[in-house]
Design a protein around this ligand. Sequence first.
Ligand SMILES: Cc1cc2nc3c(=O)[nH]c(=O)nc-3n(C[C@H](O)[C@H](O)[C@H](O)COP(=O)(O)OP(=O)(O)OC[C@H]3O[C@@H](n4cnc5c(N)ncnc54)[C@H](O)[C@@H]3O)c2cc1C
Length: 305
Amino acid sequence: MPAESGSAHCDAMIVGGGPAGLTGAIYLARFRRRVFVIDEGASRAASIPRSHNVPGYPEGVAGGELVAAMRSQAERYGARFAAGCVQTIEANGGGFIVRYGREQISARSVLLASGASDVTPPMPHLAEALRSGALRYCPVCDGFEVIDQRVGVIADSAAGIEEALYLRHFTPHLTIFRAGPALAPDPADRRRLARSGVALVEAPIESIRLWQGRVTVRHGAAQTECDALYSALGLTVHSELGAALGAKVDGNGYLVTDRHQRTTIRGLYAAGDVARGLNQISVAAGGAAIAAAAMHLWLGTPIEG
Ligand SMILES: Cc1cc2nc3c(=O)[nH]c(=O)nc-3n(C[C@H](O)[C@H](O)[C@H](O)COP(=O)(O)OP(=O)(O)OC[C@H]3O[C@@H](n4cnc5c(N)ncnc54)[C@H](O)[C@@H]3O)c2cc1C
């Protein structure tokens, strides 16, 4: 739904319509606040083929289905939505002016729930690989699903070594593939890998192919087949709107928040993958619930008409 140009106003502007933004919208709408959600539509959650660790879904739930249900719940209580990309947020007389496309809305408070994006590995048929579970991004989410499988980890930094060792709890069949020269394990790392039985391919990756639900990684003159390939290439955190307002960002790009999910800017809150913490749906929802409760108190009563 487009905002009315120029004059639109809300109590709480939510940037992002993933689990964090939608939980914030459900809570704030039920607190009888005028809530506006602007979403670009690239939720990490929506890309999950089937999650098995979201509480309340013993058979698992497709990420897209979960996001759609959360949105419909927020709409039921009056949260308003617009598709688009927020370009700027400016401080304005104790509140904010939020601009997206040709529209602008003034907001008394803002919840940044703009998430993060995975750096993707260089391979064709990426979406199909993700759908089939041949390509994965999150061992915390789905390590259980690869128990005893042949698993590869594509890495370009020391974080990939830690990810492979983390996965060792789930499978003994692990191989690390080099995505670049920056992956330079020191002797201590090499000993840890050897002790854990994790193979490290020295030759850089030449190609990655999806073939019949499995992944074939070519390196040098050889190739290795994996049931699943984890990408440990990192995340781009979408904290730039907060950073531009002067909010504190940590060394990994996450917005720093306190126990009420307040950023260092008054009236600006953050939750989900854009804020420091475990990148999980439950954590995103929990953080947004805390933020929404704090925003509601901060907005005060009676509700402005
Ligand atoms: C393949 C995969 C599998 C996963 N599996 C699981 C799992 O099984 N269990 C689990 O708990 N977690 C899982 N995760 C992690 C989970 O998806 C994230 O932790 C969760 O989606 C974070 O929610 P969020 O709302 O913070 O961000 P997101 O869901 O990413 O939503 C952020 C939204 O903000 C929008 N946005 C960003 N910038 C702007 C802007 N400037 N203007 C407007 N909109 C903007 C984006 O387009 C997006 O729609 C998985 C992730 C991936 C990639």
